[in-house]
Design a binder for this molecule. Structure first.
Ligand SMILES: [Zn+2]
Length: 530
């Protein structure tokens, strides 16, 4: 018995039953077995939890693909070689380089930072000495095949092990420390490593992300390490700015708030912002941290204390506001306005309408548009309509709803063409008044000839009165044909029924609201509400 890990308590109510290999909390009623325990406390899927437990128990999982297991053990050996080289004679320059960046030997050990000696085949020779065949070295992405045989992919670089969510090494990144060459290189993708499904340091960060209720997303290895070292252990790196739905899924497992902290140079670029919308689109509340010009998070925290960084997080802007503000100058210049509008609405249209509506005031103000126009842009698949589009003729001055319904009945009654344009279901959905519904139903399903006579003699004055009212209303409309009257009345009624349904949904508790239906209604509203 002990304190429950699933809820806050001071008196133990969490019981573990060794006979049934299960647990139950009398406080919060969480229950399960060893697998659900690891899944819930570590935020893992079942196969991942299985992997963690199998590792701990020293069991090789049968289902584990042979090839992946082979690659995995080669990568483990390589990690040992790299961290050993960092500590050894060959690693002098690398240690000096990291020390200039304020990483102590303890930091290097804690984050398993390694070094790949500046030789052609030192890792390859090491792996061969451990009995690893060349094919496995190639499959693990650690060497390339040249004219004279294998040569190491990583040479003269600080090595960052990239791990999966359970902490297993799946790839390496390498930063050059001196001389010519690409600044950063990575292992190629393979059966274990898929760039789009991975976030650097998520294995080390996931616990903190859950506890703090937020993640911090940075671009590079050094940014992530610097933040971890400064106490922001909820940090992961995307290793690039094109974010994927898979990465959004990984982050949202642990917390639904994400602070994005990219270099000030790349943060405002449209391609980067597109990536941020990918996260927002998949349910994360995205805030964008603004760093001083020319700084990246690593540099910032190398010159300022963590409290200053925490203050930057507090002043981070919600994604929509950041985007609106970054486009403001372009929106106010006629030469760039069209492109800026396209960029803005392309982003906004990927988010749930309700999220966007919260910022309607700022959007309208920055784009110099009325809310109606903004809404029409949002609902037009992000293709802004030209501002000078042809004006649609005004609808009949909105009459009392009863008159509109009566007008519709009169039209259905006298015009076969109008009857042919409206189904019974649709009539029932736009008409609210009971006599109007009955009258319309009669017009649409029965032979109207003689029916009015019958109603008169039967004393159905409400229905006959309704038809008179409708006739008068239609006569006043000043249209040249019944079909024109029909379209106008139909649009007015349809728009009224849409507004009623929207109001109805909006009055429901948020979790009962159907966002898809609401969005469809907003879209329809644009069509009928002229
Ligand atoms: Zn509990």
């Amino acid at each position: 018995m002990g304190l429950c890990p699933f809820h806050q308590e001071n008196t133990p109510s969490f019981h573990v039953y060794s006979d049934t290999q299960s647990y139950y909390c009398f406080g919060c009623h969480e229950s399960g077995d060893i697998f659900t325990y690891i899944m819930k406390t570590e935020g893992l899927s079942f196969p991942e939890a299985l992997g963690v437990l199998a590792d701990r128990a020293g069991i090789k999982l049968e289902a584990y693909h042979r090839e992946e297991a082979d690659i995995s053990s080669v990568l483990e050996l390589a990690e040992k070689f790299f961290t050993g080289s960092m500590k050894g004679n060959a690693g002098g320059a690398a240690r000096a380089y990291m020390s200039r960046r304020k990483f102590t030997p303890e930091d290097l050990a804690r984050y398993s930072l390694g070094y790949s000696p500046n030789a052609w085949d030192s890792l390859t020779l090491y792996l061969r000495s451990k009995g690893i065949p060349d094919k496995a070295i190639l499959d693990a992405g650690l060497a390339l095949e040249g004219k004279y045989g294998l040569y190491d992919r990583f040479r003269g670089r600080v090595i960052f092990p990239i791990r999966d969510i359970t902490g297993k090494v799946i790839a390496f990144g390498g930063r050059i420390i001196d001389g010519d060459g690409v600044k950063y290189i990575n292992s190629p993708e393979g059966p274990l490593y898929r760039k789009r499904r991975n976030l650097y340091m998520l294995d080390a960060a996931r616990k903190a992300i859950r506890e703090k209720g937020r993640s911090i997303l940075v671009e590079g290895y050094m940014d992530a390490l610097r933040l971890h070292k400064s106490g922001f252990t909820e940090t992961v790196a995307s290793l690039g700015t094109s974010l994927t739905p898979e990465q959004a899924g990984l982050l949202s497992r642990y917390a639904d708030t994400c602070f994005i902290c990219y270099d000030s140079d790349s943060a405002g670029q449209e391609a980067t912002i597109k990536g941020m919308y990918t996260l927002a689109e998949h349910g994360l509340r995205v805030h964008v941290v603004h760093l001083p010009r020319g700084k990246d998070p690593d540099e910032f925290l190398s010159s300022y204390p963590p409290e200053k960084f925490e203050a930057l997080l507090r002043s981070a802007k919600p994604l929509i506001m950041m985007h609106v503000d970054s486009l403001r100058p372009a929106l106010q210049n006629w030469k760039t306005r069209r492109t800026a509008l396209n960029a803005l609405f392309e982003g906004l249209s990927r988010l749930p309408l309700d999220d966007v509506l919260q910022y309607m005031g700022s959007i309208c103000e920055a784009a110099a548009m009325t809310p109606e126009v903004v809404k029409s842009y949002l609902l037009k698949d992000s293709q802004p309509v030209s501002a000078d589009r042809e004006k649609i003729p005004d609808a009949p001055v909105m009459k009392h709803n009863d008159e509109l319904e009566a007008g519709m009945c009169a039209l259905l009654w006298r015009s076969p063409e109008c009857r042919g344009s409206l189904s019974l279901d649709e009539a029932m959905s736009i008409l609210g008044n009971e006599s109007a519904r009955e009258t319309a139903a009669a017009a649409l399903t029965e032979n109207t000839e003689g029916l009015e006579e019958l109603w008169l003699t039967a004393g159905e004055t409400e229905k006959t009165g309704l038809l008179r009212l409708g006739e008068n209303f239609c006569a006043q409309m000043g249209c040249s044909s019944d079909s024109e009257r029909f379209v106008k009345i139909y649009c007015a009624l349809k728009s009224g029924s849409i507004e009623r349904r929207i109001a109805e949904i909006k009055s429901m508790p948020p979790d009962k609201q159907n966002a898809d239906e609401l969005f469809a209604l907003y879209a329809q509203r644009g069509l009928y509400n002229r």
